[in-house]
Design a protein around this ligand. Structure first.
Ligand code: SF4
Length: 335
C-alpha cells in the first residue's frame, strides 16, 4: 500500500517542562509499574515488546510532554467523552500524561476570556500539536459554529497554520461524519478537505476514536521522533491496517454460511455471523478487536452487534443505513 512520508515543512514540536516519567511518578505511578506501562504502550503501537518496550521507556524518561491545542467543532463531543471514561490506566490518564493540553474546552478549568487567552497564547508560541474533533461547518460564512464570537473556521485555519502537526480525531473531523451526511444543512466538511492538500494531517477516525490510538500516535512521535507511517488517506497502519473480518471470532460461521437473520434469533444466541444484520467487517480496517473499548472490555462484534464501519468515509450514509439488514441473497462470499 502506498505510504505518505512525514511532511518535512511542519515546524518542530516545542515540548518543554518535566519529562513524561516525572509526570507519571508525580501522578502516583510506582517505579515498578513503569515498565509494565511501557509494555502496554508498545502493544498499542502493534510493536514487538523486544526491543521496543525499552525504547518507549527511554523516551518517556527523557522527553517532556507534547503541547496540544484541542478544538471541538460540529460533533457530539463523543470522542473526548470516551477518552475520559473508566479504564486502568484510564484513557484520560493515558492522554494527559503524554500531552500538555493547553486548551481543551470540555476539560479545562478556565472559561470565557481566560480560555480564549490560553488558546491565543498557545497559537502565538507555535510548535504544538493541533487536535480537531468534529466536522468543520463552512456554511453561512462559518456562522453555524462560533467560539468567543469568532467563526470556528477562522480559528481552525489560524491554529493549523502554526501547528507542528495536525490530527483529526473521530469520524466527523476525519471524514465529515454525521454533520456531513445526507440532509445536513451546515456545509460541514472534514478537516483535511477544509485545510487543503498543503497541510497533510493524520486521520484517526472512529465513532468514537479509540483512546489507545490517540495515545499510540503521540507515543510513536515521542519515542521515534517521527509520526507513524500512514496510508494514502493519512490513517496510521498500526491502528487501521488490519481488516475487522480477518480475525473475527464469528468468521467460521461466515464461511459455513451461518448468519444471524433477526435480533435474538437462534443464530444470534449462538454467536453466528452478523453480516446479514449489516456487519461491515469485511470492508473495514481497524484494531477494535485487538484493543477493544471501555478499558479493553469488549467491542461491537463480541457484544452481539455488527461492525458499523464507523471508521469509513460516508459510513452514516452507507447503502442500507446503519442497522438495516443486507438483502437476503447476500451470502457474503462475493465481497
Ligand atoms: Fe465477523 Fe462481521 Fe465478518 Fe461476520 S461479517 S465474520 S460478524 S466481521
Amino acid at each position: 500500500m502506498q505510504t505518505t512520508p512525514v511532511q518535512e515543512s511542519d515546524p518542530p514540536v516545542l515540548a518543554e517542562g518535566p519529562t513524561i516519567r516525572e509526570v507519571l511518578e508525580s501522578n502516583g505511578m510506582a517505579r515498578r509499574d513503569f515498565l509494565r506501562y511501557c509494555g502496554f504502550l508498545t502493544a498499542a503501537l502493534a510493536l514487538p515488546q523486544l526491543p521496543y518496550r525499552e525504547a518507549v521507556a527511554a523516551a518517556l524518561t527523557a522527553k517532556p510532554r507534547v503541547p496540544v491545542l484541542w478544538l471541538n467543532g460540529q460533533d457530539c463531543n463523543g470522542n473526548i467523552e470516551s477518552l475520559i471514561r473508566s479504564g486502568s490506566p484510564t484513557p484520560s490518564e493515558l492522554l494527559l500524561d503524554h500531552l500538555a493540553v493547553n486548551y481543551v474546552e470540555l476539560l479545562m478549568a478556565a472559561a470565557g476570556s481566560a480560555a480564549e487567552r490560553s488558546r491565543t497564547a498557545t497559537i502565538a508560541k507555535g510548535g504544538y500539536v493541533l487536535v480537531v474533533e468534529g466536522g468543520i461547518p463552512t456554511g453561512a460564512s462559518g456562522a453555524y459554529c462560533t467560539v468567543g464570537g469568532r467563526a470556528f473556521t477562522d480559528i481552525v485555519r489560524e491554529a493549523a497554520g502554526k501547528a507542528a502537526k495536525v490530527i483529526s480525531v473521530g469520524t466527523c473531523a476525519s471524514w465529515g461524519g454525521v454533520p456531513a451526511a445526507r440532509g445536513g444543512v451546515t456545509g460541514a466538511v472534514d478537516l483535511q478537505t477544509f485545510l487543503g492538500p498543503s497541510k497533510r494531517i493524520i486521520r484517526l477516525p472512529g465513532c468514537p476514536v479509540n483512546a489507545v490510538n490517540v495515545v499510540g500516535t503521540i507515543v510513536h512521535f515521542i519515542t521515534f521522533g517521527k509520526w507513524p507511517s500512514v496510508n494514502q488517506n493519512g490513517l496510521p497502519f498500526f491502528a487501521y491496517g488490519e481488516e475487522i473480518h480477518e480475525d473475527c471470532p464469528r468468521k467460521d460461521y461466515y464461511e459455513d454460511g451461518k448468519f444471524v437473520l433477526a435480533w435474538g434469533d437462534e443464530g444470534h444466541q449462538k454467536g453466528w455471523c452478523l453480516r446479514k444484520m449489516g456487519c461491515r467487517g469485511p470492508e473495514t480496517r481497524a484494531n477494535c478487536r485487538e484493543k477493544k473499548f471501555n478499558g479493553g472490555t469488549s467491542y461491537n462484534i463480541a457484544s452481539g452487534a455488527p461492525c458499523y464501519g464507523c471508521v469509513l468515509p460516508k459510513f452514516w450514509d452507507a447503502p442500507g443505513g446503519l442497522i438495516q439488514a443486507l438483502p437476503a441473497d447476500d451470502e457474503g462470499d462475493d465481497d
